[in-house]
Design a protein around this ligand. Structure first.
Ligand code: AMP
Length: 215
């Protein structure tokens, strides 16, 4: 089973995607996480991606497609993928179609987490991340056990540089201009689509998602 999770930055794709991956034994493929991991390791690809990420712009398709192909080839034996933050452009969507065709595993559905812009800006201003292991926290809904310190690796938490309000606004513009049009693309391809209100507690959204997937 392959699922695409759509939604603006901060809509809850990472949190919900992780829970769904565990529940349905899927591989969560987050291109944002792959890029941040490359950046932490200081690879040339990570350093190249950084200037786009810091500006709230999309990283070029060629970079993203290389990363995604690698993970999909390595994990193809698993029960399927939950795509988080990918595809974000028409070229990425077409490439994903081709890869899934080759693998003989179609897309089961597209899920859209719907959250309004002001909630997103407010939510991301309260998000903290671990610069060492990538764990993510929220000061309202998912606080670290010790203020300012990662539960997993005891490193000082920071705000992601692209979670600053002006960059978030740019990321939202990019989402509307380049990614939201993909919904029409999948609709015309006849892929089942579920639009879920994402401005609710995590467990309520999760229960809603599980119900839709199981039905
Ligand atoms: P995310 O964690 O998914 O919000 O991604 C953070 C940043 O990584 C985005 O603002 C983009 O700069 C970059 N990025 C992540 N996924 C993609 C993608 N599929 N295509 C282009 N850029 C991406």
């Amino acid at each position: 089973m392959n699922i695409i999770l759509f939604g603006a930055p901060g809509a809850g794709k990472g949190t919900q995607g992780e829970l769904l991956a565990k529940r349905f034994d899927l591989v969560r493929l987050s291109t944002g996480d792959l890029l941040r991991d490359a950046l932490r390791r200081g690879t040339p690809l990570g350093l190249e991606a950084k200037r786009f990420m810091d500006a709230g712009e999309l990283v070029p398709d060629s970079v993203i497609l290389g990363l995604v192909r690698e993970v999909m080839a390595a994990e193809s034996a698993r029960g399927g993928f939950i795509f988080d933050g990918f595809p974000r452009t028409q070229a990425q969507a077409e490439s994903l179609d081709a890869t899934l065709d080759e693998m003989g595993t179609p897309l089961a559905m597209v899920i859209v987490l719907d959250v309004d812009d002001e909630t997103i800006v407010a939510r991301l201003s309260r998000r903290l991340a671990c610069p060492r292991c990538g764990a993510v926290y929220n000061l309202d809904t998912d606080k670290p056990k010790t203020a300012g310190v990662c539960d997993v690796c005891v490193t000082g938490l920071v705000q992601r540089s692209d979670d600053e309000a002006s960059t978030v606004r740019r990321r939202l513009e990019v989402y509307r201009a380049q990614t939201a049009p993909l919904l029409a693309y999948y609709e015309s391809a006849g892929v089942p689509m579920h639009i879920i209100a994402g401005d609710r507690p995590v467990d309520e959204v999760q229960a809603d998602l599980v119900r839709r997937i199981e039905s």
